[in-house]
Every structure is written in C-alpha cells, then in structure tokens.
Design a protein around this ligand. Structure first.
Ligand SMILES: [Zn+2]
Length: 87
C-alpha cells in the first residue's frame, strides 16, 4: 500500500537527500513528491538540500561544518517562523 503519509515512518534527511540528488526513483519518488505537500519536515529538508547543494557546487568543495545549521536557521526565518526550532 502507498498510504504512508505521516503515519508511515519516514526519514526526512535520507529521503530528501536521495530526492535532491536524483537517486530516488519510480514509485517512491512519486510518493515522496506527494508526501512533501503534507510534511513540513521533509519539505524543509528538500529546501535545505537544494540550497546546500547549490552552494557546494558553486564553491566546488564540501559544505563547511556549521553551514547546515545556518541554512536551517535561515529557512526557518524565511518561512515566517511558523516551524519549530531544530531539535
Ligand atoms: Zn516526511
């Protein structure tokens, strides 16, 4: 069944990383794209993944330590502050 939604155990960091990198394929990708509409955690991770990936590609070097947290904070601020702070 494909009724994962929020009830299915999801892994925002792993799923979003695979989605952004293009490794996610087929049914899982289609499911994830629908899931993104309902899941703030996964949506935020995808935004972070795309942002971080672009920075990394621009710099042509690994994302520096600490950048992820700063990006996370920036996304939280730009989204209106409606999201809970990172754990
Ligand atoms: Zn999710």
């Amino acid at each position: 069944m494909m009724r994962w939604r929020r009830t299915r155990e999801h892994d925002p960091e792993r799923f979003s990383a695979e989605y952004v990198s293009g490794e996610m394929a087929g049914g899982l990708r289609r499911w994830f794209e629908r899931h993104l509409l309902d899941c703030d955690d996964c949506w935020r991770e995808v935004l972070l993944g795309r942002f971080g990936r672009r920075i990394a590609e621009d710099a042509r070097e690994p994302v520096p330590v600490g950048l992820r947290d700063r990006v996370r904070a920036a996304v939280a601020l730009s989204s209106g502050g409606g999201l809970p702070p990172p754990a």
